[in-house]
Every structure is written in C-alpha cells, then in structure tokens.
Design a binder for this molecule. Structure first.
Ligand code: CP3
Length: 341
C-alpha cells in the first residue's frame, strides 16, 4: 500500500510529497457525470456501491495518494431531524431552518450504526477495494460550519441569522452547538471504527468569525471532538477556509495537520506557527487554468515553501472546480510527484 500520505500526516518529510485534492471526486470528471446521470446526488451518497465507485475514480484517473470518502458534510444533519435537499444550481436546502427553542427541540442525536449505516458500509467496501492502493480519508463538517447550514437553511452570503443567534440568543446557540458536537463525535468515531484511516474536519465558514468569537464559539467544540477521539490514533486534518486571521488559534485545536486555503501562503503560516507544523495545501484552485509552464512554477513554489514545515501534504487551497479539465488535474498530480522526488 502507498503509505506516503499517512506517513506525512504523522510528521515524516516524505519524498515525493503526497497529494490529494479536495472534492477530487466530482463533476469535473466525466466518469462521475456518467454515474450522476443515473441518480441524484443524495441517492448517490446513500448507495454504498456507487459512492465507493466514485470515491475510487480519482485514485485511478489522477493517481492521487489518498482517497476521500464520497459523501457530504450535510448528510448527518438529515438524521438529526431536519430536511435536506440539493437543488440543481441552488446548492443545499435545509428545512425548516433552526432559529428558535421550538426548532431546536425537534432535533435529536444520531445513532450512526442505524442512521448512517450506508456511510459505514461505503467505508467497509472501500477498505476492501482500495486494499493495495491508497489510504482512505473520512470526514465531517466542524460544528460551527454545520450550525450555519442549519440556522441559515442553506448557503449564505452574510450569515446574518447565525451571527444574530450567536449574539442575541447565546444559550440557544451553545445548546445547538453541543448537540451537533455530540453528533459529529459519534459520526467520526463510527467512521474510524468502520475503517477510515485519517479524518479531515471541514470548517468552511469559521472564517466569518472574529478571532474572539472563533475562540469562544467554534474552536472549543472542535477541540473536544478531537480530544475524545485521540485514543483511536488516526491523524486529524483541520481545514478552515479563509482562516488566515485565526491561524495561531487553529493550531490550538489539537489537530495534527493544519489545512491551509490559498490566501495564506505556507511560508507565512510557518513563520507564524513554527517549523514544527505539519501542513496541507494550498495551490489556488484557479491555478489549474494556467498553461503548463506557469502551473509548474506555482506547484514548485508551494512545494518549496512546504519544505520549511515538518511535513507537507500537497492539496488545493479549496475544492477543485467543475470547470477544470481532468487532464489538468492529472498533470498537477504528476508535477507534484516529479518536482518533489
Ligand atoms: O472531496 C471529495 O471528493 C469528497 C466528497 C465531498 C463532497 N462535499 C461532495 C459533493 C466533500 C468532502 C464535501 C464537503 C462539503 N460539502 C463542504 C466542505 C468543503 C468545502 O467545499 O468547503 C461543504 C461546505 C459542503 C456543502 C455542499 N455540498 C454544497 C454547498 C454543495 C453544493 C454546491 C456544489 O458544489 O454543487 C454540495 C454538493 C456536493 N458535495 C457535490 C459534490 C460532488 C456536487 C453534487 C452534484 O451535483 O453532483
């Protein structure tokens, strides 16, 4: 098995540098589109054989060093008692949104073995099918990011309902966060028991918080989850999108690997966090629109900066875009391996 990714997560300066891409299974791949033609996104997530098939596609097509479970961060929320739907072009819709005491009362914890058995079964299939190839990453949304989807009822620009609850009804907000934290904890524990070999926690919207609010209202919940799972001995990657202003506190989460978006270059991150840090990232996803020689120079720059860290896992600074050609994504993986050999 190709252990490069897991070794880097554990702090080894592996050469060539391991690489995988956030959202590596998805619409930019014609093979994914083929599967999606036959089924809607939620059904795909809930059908283990199909979810496993699309998880493996980028491993075979791109040659990445890790697979990430095909699912979505919003899946466990549906099991808590909120409706979930994905509308073409409009993104996710959670209904009814959680804004009041009464709304909160309708929610409940989940029993992963019963409620998300399809996710656990996907993981078991994948461990068998990936056996000799690459490790499998499981994942979850972080409590704050999941709370924004529940409170806003979907994606948002201003997050006014979330911040309003945070400031106007702090005890309601913290009870919602406690419940989501319990769900994420049991969900990740079940993924690890089913065979996930590393975990990435996505905190896509924590960057909307000030340093003080992040420290008080988002970080402690992540920390308590990671603390609770410590004994299971899998590496944790914590990715906060647009988290440059809170980098030093993100490190306090207890995650072994810090995922960086493209705004904070790795050099700067290291100067702030120290050379003992293990980083993942962080090529601008739009750099994949560049011609080959310019892409090569950017990849080389990210790799050069990554050499200053204790260990580096190459990734994009956010998910790959549907507009990217699979050939370019494959070229990226080849360049990372070639330039870091
Ligand atoms: O990385 C992977 O390949 C694994 C699968 C994965 C998906 N979503 C599949 C998906 C992962 C890890 C996610 C995480 C996720 N989902 C995040 C955090 C990461 C990030 O991007 O910051 C968030 C915020 C979501 C919520 C979500 N899911 C949105 C807002 C949308 C709609 C927007 C869009 O891109 O269409 C989704 C849908 C979604 N999740 C798709 C895929 C492949 C597209 C579904 C389709 O139409 O086929």
């Amino acid at each position: 098995m190709n252990e490069a990714f897991l070794r880097a997560c554990n702090g080894e300066a592996v050469r060539p540098v391991p690489v995988w891409l956030m959202r590596q299974a998805g619409r930019y791949l014609p093979a994914y589109q083929e599967v999606r033609k036959k089924t809607d996104f939620l059904t795909l997530c809930k059908t283990p054989e199909l979810a496993a098939e699309v998880t493996i596609q980028p491993v075979d097509i791109l040659g990445v060093d890790a697979a990430i479970l095909f699912s979505d961060i919003l899946i466990p929320l549906e099991c808590m008692g909120i409706g979930l739907d994905f509308h073409e072009g409009r993104g996710p819709v959670l209904d009814p949104a959680i804004r009041t005491e009464q709304d909160l009362e309708r929610l409940h914890p989940i029993d992963p073995d019963a409620d998300v058995s399809f996710v656990l079964e996907t993981i078991r299939i994948l461990r068998k099918e990936l056996g000799g190839k690459v490790p499998l990453i499981g994942f979850s949304g972080a409590p704050f990011t999941l709370a924004t989807y529940m409170i806003e009822g979907g994606s948002s620009r201003s997050f006014v309902n979330t911040k309003r609850m945070l400031f106007e009804s702090p005890s309601l907000f913290s009870r919602l966060m406690d419940l989501i934290t319990e769900v994420v904890f049991s969900y990740l524990k079940a993924q690890i028991k089913a065979g996930a070999q590393a975990i990435q926690v996505f905190d896509t919207w924590a960057g909307i918080l000030t340093k003080e609010d992040y420290n008080r209202c988002a970080l402690p919940y992540v920390t308590s989850i990671l603390k609770g799972l410590e004994g299971l001995e899998v590496p944790f990657i914590y990715f906060v999108y647009d988290g440059g202003h809170i980098l030093e506190i993100i490190r306090d989460s207890g995650a072994g690997v810090i995922g960086l978006d493209w705004r904070t270059d790795i050099e700067t991150a290291i100067s702030r966090l120290g050379t003992d840090v293990i980083v993942q990232g962080n090529l601008d996803p739009c750099a994949l629109f560049l011609p080959e020689h310019e892409l090569r120079a950017r990849v080389d720059s990210v790799l050069r900066q990554g050499r200053g860290a204790k260990a580096h896992i190459f990734n994009l600074g956010h998910g790959i875009l549907p507009e990217i050609s699979p050939g370019k994504a494959r070229l990226l993986v080849e360049l990372v391996h070639e330039l870091s050999a």
